[in-house]
Design a protein around this ligand. Sequence first.
Ligand code: GLN
Length: 508
Amino acid sequence: ATPRSQAILGQPNQLFVLFFTEMWERFSYYGMRGLLVLFLVTEAAKGGWGWTRAEATSLYGWYTGLAYLLPILGGYIADRYLGTRRSVLIGGFVIAAGHISMFLNTVPSFYAGLGLVVLGTGLFKPNVSAIVGQLYGPKEDNARDGGYTLFYMGVNAGAFFGILLCGYIGEKVSWHLGFGLAGLFMILGALQFWFSQGIFGDIGNPPTAADRAKASASAADEAPAHVVADRLKAIFVFSFFTIFFWFAFEQAGGSMTIFAADYTDRALVGTSGFVFKVVNSLMTVLPAIILTWLLWKLNRSTGSRYLLANAMLALAFAVIWGLVLWMLGREFALEQSEVPASWFGVLNSFFLVILAPMFSKMWEKHWNPAGPVKFGVGLVLLGLGFAALSYGSSGIPQGAKTAQVSMVFLCLAYLLHTMGELCLSPVGLSYISKLAPTRLLGLMFGVWFLNTAIANKLAGFTGSYIDDISNHYSMSVFFLIFTAIPIGAGVVLMLLTPWMKKKMHGVH
Ligand code: GLN
């Protein structure tokens, strides 16, 4: 049902509308999330709330946990009542209202804002992921895998810019302006989605009365009941193994930032000013060129209002991003002797944006193994990332408070983690969309995101033991634990491949 004549990169045009919609949502999500704990623990004199670290991380845990738990509800609502498209629209505006509420700078509006963002995300996140799958027919598996990988690139383009931009504005200018910025771009992002509705046709419309009747008649769908049941089992197995991934990944996020700050040699010598200018320019120019090209192509099928919304977005973004880079450049020129520890955190989304097109090509043209194999490889790569850290930190004496490990190991770890993520996370989305029956599509995406909620909770729990562990064992042993867990899980899942293939009944 999708016109492919104007396809970009062999993908349906609608994919790129969803790319931008998700990009701005993730921009706001990660941008605000990155500020949250910092804001809460900052003393009142500097505009924060002066909370303890424990209090702040607890609220953060609740917030992210709920944001990944509520997709179950949001997915269900879309399946039963709203349809995926309307859910995304409403969710987007609710999220924006949340950020604006946090911008207002009062205690009640701050909490109300967090609540709204959580509710909106529950409605938005599973369903935007579901619509992507609705663009492809049952015979387009390779294009679908590639499409989800590109979509995931949008996720991380948003994360990358959100963390840097909201982070910088929030920390250096005003916390509430940082929150407001997240809201501004979410509004514009939701508007551009709204103005593009025409090109979606019937895709993602609310279920009809007939669809609903079918839904209540239990197993009636396009496949026989036992096949549907088997495929749902496969979804649960994929989701289960993903818990190991996000658990180690989240745990990594925390410990790797500390590692970067305390144990990594971040000194730059001589040419750093020049290198920074080059990186600076590339980071501005490259995404601008790619995004402008995509929008130019899209314009033909989406109409002028869509283009206007995007032009507004691009302009606002370019002005603020330019300003931030300029300020960063000045700061860097003054103290260019060291890379800030927090910068390593964005390496994940940076590598992802760079690598996603290559992985997308690889799945489509060269190598597209069975799902459990890809998942297994993803888990093993994550483990290898920790192995690099373990090796790098093997020279640190136990109990040392500082050390001088080369930042190469940290960069290598982020690179391996990102490659692992590309084998598992977008691939997982694609599998949900292939395995779930239409009437349960949103709900199954909710199940998929539930694994993140569980993994986060687990990581929070083990995180409280980290100090204990690191007092008794060396840094290197600590990272070795996170080498073993994902690799073990990955090998088990690969061994399950024949069983999984049976359960998937021909879905590749
Ligand atoms: N980076 C991904 C996103 O925000 C992670 C999603 C997940 O399942 N944990 O979309």
